[in-house]
Design a protein around this ligand. Structure first.
Ligand code: CMP
Length: 139
């Protein structure tokens, strides 16, 4: 199987009209879109998605923010897509994210950082199963 990753445009990214820009960056890089949906995320789904962050002090505000508006959730496929996406997205903290990365170019605050990208191949598989049914992904 070709490598796949989960990319989600967070509520601030959707609100600020960055969906097209973000998709265009992944397309121009050479990755293939194999899944796409827009949804208001249920809290239950987010609690599974962020299972490792449950004890963090910012967890309640993270959930509140992630349910504050619709998300655009995508699965991208291609060579080394997990690692390359993390580079394209930039550091979690926008103050550390380099210019030319999505967060470096479009965000200033760690809790409003525009986009999510899976952090490992295993994490990507887990997240893709969480957000998509097999039938919703194209071969
Ligand atoms: P992401 O890495 O996509 O998923 C977890 C999110 O938690 C992260 O983006 C940030 O938006 C948020 N986050 C991580 N660390 C902090 C922090 N110290 N304060 C507030 N939010 C944070």
């Amino acid at each position: 199987v070709r490598e796949r990753t989960l990319i989600a445009v967070k509520p601030d990214g959707v609100h600020r009209r960055f969906v097209g820009e973000i998709m265009q960056r992944f397309e121009r890089k050479g990755f293939k879109l194999v899944g796409l949906k827009m949804l208001q995320a249920p809290e239950e789904l987010l609690s599974q998605h962020y299972q490792d962050l449950r004890r963090k002090p910012f967890y309640p505000s993270l959930l509140q923010y992630m349910t504050s508006g619709p998300l655009v959730v995508m699965v991208w496929e291609g060579h080394n897509v997990v690692r390359t996406s993390r580079v394209m997205v930039g550091d979690t903290n926008p103050a550390e994210a380099h210019a030319g990365t999505i967060r470096g170019d479009f965000s200033i605050h760690i809790s409003r950082n525009v986009v999510h990208a899976s952090d490992s191949v295993e994490g990507a598989q887990r997240e893709i199963q969480l957000w998509f049914h097999g039938k919703e992904l194209m071969d």
